[in-house]
Design a binder for this molecule. Structure first.
Ligand SMILES: [Fe+2]
Length: 276
């Protein structure tokens, strides 16, 4: 059984023609690649920054693009989203609110539970995960302590080294999340987006993995940066769009980082692999 994760779609409108064309084209490429996977994933989770400016017109454009999907799509929000406009277009079984109005919920697939968290603080780029959301996550995980689980959240709680995208290393929300994860070993992976690059690290002994963006990627430059003095460095790069594929097999939960595009086949299976 597999589930695909797409992230940072940044769909927009003709008001921003460059981003509109590029991000839509890349998202369609990602969707096509996912639909061509064998076997086809049972679900797609879109982990935030669904649109670029949180505008109703952008969510309408997103609905239009995603309407071609034959795979059910679940949603989380990111810092570029706005809950009211998002929920007006997408609220339903695959985008649910908790009692506090956050877009967070759990889904049970065959052999895998997915817990979707809301890290949005409207008007800020940094994570808004807080004790209220930590308490919700702990209670939700405790509903099924033995079910292999993936946690979805837009903001990664680990450092990428691309400093202008990273949280403060001692940000309180990271400690609050670590407290929840510690000892809750049913959590196999925390899957994130936000940084527009794939990278992996540990928090409280749990694997945290981010997915490449379906839109544009962030340039891999780990040198120090002065947040108040632009130095002309490249910060975004047109590397290919990508996604993550989560595989569940015999209790193993594995993540593949995938590049979307049209690639020439190299070698076909014409000789037996053998069994040893
Ligand atoms: Fe983003």
């Amino acid at each position: 059984m597999t589930i695909a994760q797409i992230t940072d779609l940044h769909v927009t409108t003709a008001a921003d023609p460059l981003n509109q064309m590029r991000n839509e084209h890349r998202l369609r490429l990602v969707l096509r690649s996912i639909h061509e996977l064998k076997p086809r994933p049972v679900a797609i989770i879109a982990s935030g920054d669904l649109v670029d400016n949180g505008l109703p017109d952008e969510y309408a454009a997103l609905q239009d693009i995603l309407s071609v999907s034959e795979i059910p799509i679940y949603y989380a929000v990111g810092n570029h989203d706005r809950r009211a406009a998002f929920l007006a277009a997408f609220e339903g079984p695959r985008a649910r609110r908790d009692a506090n109005g956050f877009v967070q919920y759990a889904v049970d697939f065959d052999g895998l539970r997915m817990v979707v968290c809301d890290t949005l603080a409207e008007g800020r780029d940094q994570s808004g995960f807080d004790q209220v959301r930590a308490d919700w996550l702990a209670a939700t995980l405790d509903e099924q302590p033995d079910a292999p689980t993936i946690v979805i959240m837009h903001h990664p709680p680990i450092l990428s080294g691309v400093r202008w995208m990273d949280p403060e290393p001692d940000a309180p929300w990271i400690g609050q999340l670590a407290e929840v994860l510690r000892g809750r070993d049913q959590v196999r992976t925390v899957l994130c987006g936000h940084v527009h690059r794939p990278f992996h690290g540990l928090l409280a002994g749990h694997l945290v993995a981010t997915a490449p963006a379906s839109s544009i990627q962030v340039t891999l430059n780990l040198s120090p940066v002065d947040m108040d003095r632009p130095d002309g460095r490249e910060i975004l790069v047109a590397e290919p769009p990508g996604y993550v594929l989560v595989m569940v097999d015999a209790g193993h939960v594995t993540t593949h980082v995938c590049v979307a595009g049209d690639f020439e086949p190299a070698v076909a299976y014409t000789q037996p692999f053998g069994s040893d």
